[in-house]
Design a protein around this ligand. Sequence first.
Ligand SMILES: C[S@@+](CC[C@H](N)C(=O)[O-])C[C@H]1O[C@@H](n2cnc3c(N)ncnc32)[C@H](O)[C@@H]1O
Length: 266
Amino acid sequence: MSNDNASPTPGWLKIVGLGPGDLEYLTLSAMEALGEATDLVGYGPYVERLPIREGQERHVSDNRVEVKRAREALDLAVSGRNVAVVSGGDPGIFAMAAALFEAIEAGEPVYKSLDIEVIPGISAIQAASARLGAIIGGDFAVISLSDNLKPWSVVATRLEAAAAADFVIALYNPASKARPDRIRDAFALLNRVKPPETLIIFARAIGRPDERVTITTLGEADVSVVDMATLVFIASTQTRVIERDLEGKPNWVYTRRSVPIEAVEP
Ligand SMILES: C[S@@+](CC[C@H](N)C(=O)[O-])C[C@H]1O[C@@H](n2cnc3c(N)ncnc32)[C@H](O)[C@@H]1O
């Protein structure tokens, strides 16, 4: 006896990190998932730059609708499709993986029965640190400067604590058209707790053709160059610049892994 009302066999859902740039940092697992998926889901500019094979469908959406996009991707997988949800950098860092698990937690019970895999990608902080040398060679703190999903007072408290604890700090989402001034607020706060000679790095569009790295200091930094494609580093007291003074060869920036006792006990 046939059962026309039987539920379809569910497909799978993979949340795939694309790395920071033009796909040269894609992992083999990510490539495999993108090749096997029947549906590619994500923010327009990410999905559109992926090669597509016959039979594959693209589903593009706006960057501000992550949980809605997650629900749509889950529904596709429930209906039997094999879905790759793509995310820039690493999908677990200020990105789609958390949005997906939020949708699973609050959504249909059937979502919990799906095969879900998070495929890591190289995050902007890793690519930028590698470009510079080894700025996250010691302890570091990572903060999103966006106050879209949390109050600014939370961002400010975390930034101040990380600065006081002498972490190397990486600021994701430092500015956008809708939030042009939070980076100024952040630098005003840092100026109150750190000396003006503190090293600052603006690592912009790392791994892309318009990549630009600016090495400056807290006292001299011009935050007007910071945009949504920039990762901002605030150095610790153990961060060093190795000057090379060689045509076409940039200086290296690294953070020592050791902290001498004199640095903490006067
Ligand atoms: C919504 S977060 C996504 C982070 C991403 N999941 C990752 O792991 O890199 C976007 C922020 O990441 C940083 N970012 C992403 N790609 C970058 C790149 N190629 N160069 C520098 N910063 C980048 C910027 O701070 C940007 O505002």
